[in-house]
Design a protein around this ligand. Sequence first.
Ligand SMILES: CC(C)(COP(=O)(O)OP(=O)(O)OC[C@H]1O[C@@H](n2cnc3c(N)ncnc32)[C@H](O)[C@@H]1OP(=O)(O)O)[C@@H](O)C(=O)NCCC(=O)NCCS
Length: 175
Amino acid sequence: MNFSGFSSDPLIPGKEIFPFDYGNTDINEFLIDNAGKYLLDLAVTYLIEQRNLTTAYYCVSNDKISAEEIGSSHAFERWRVSKFPGIRLRDYPAVKNGRLGVSNEFKRIGLGTFILDYVKELAINLGSGCRFITVDAKIESIEFYQKNRFEFLTPKDEGKETRQMYFDLLKLTER
Ligand SMILES: CC(C)(COP(=O)(O)OP(=O)(O)OC[C@H]1O[C@@H](n2cnc3c(N)ncnc32)[C@H](O)[C@@H]1OP(=O)(O)O)[C@@H](O)C(=O)NCCC(=O)NCCS
């Protein structure tokens, strides 16, 4: 699907939010009640609009994954040790995809995947170094993130309503 007719703009004070229903109360309420409060200070919310509908929205902010969370047996740690022997950082830079909602009538046409791909590109082109995309995935969206090659960060949140997941940007160089 070609999304060239869609525009993506940051939510700014006073901006009218066109109608939407993301089929998830938290995701709906965040856009109405909270997204505006986070403006630029903590996160940036982007609205994707088409013909006076908010077809999707997503939030991005800076994040980190701590070496402790990742654990020494993790593939990333093995990569780090081979590439930077003797250097151990406490945290690794990440971009968090805080919220993501695709309006019901636009689901399953690839829009969510298109947004994730865009966020991955954004992180790569930050110009300040970034290795991971992180998400707090609601249980019902885990399959979507797995389809987009996200992995669980830790077994500690197994069985919880929300699980921490990450995408390793190095994967984009793998074919
Ligand atoms: C999760 C969400 C963002 C997915 O957006 P989307 O645009 O419909 O996703 P895509 O069309 O890019 O889907 C890509 C693949 O992910 C998987 N997928 C997407 N939604 C899925 C679902 N509800 N259940 C299982 N797999 C799903 C499928 O494999 C799909 O490929 P397919 O349609 O060819 O089978 C959307 O359903 C949504 O807004 N849900 C409510 C809010 C939410 O849970 N957001 C995530 C918060 S962390």
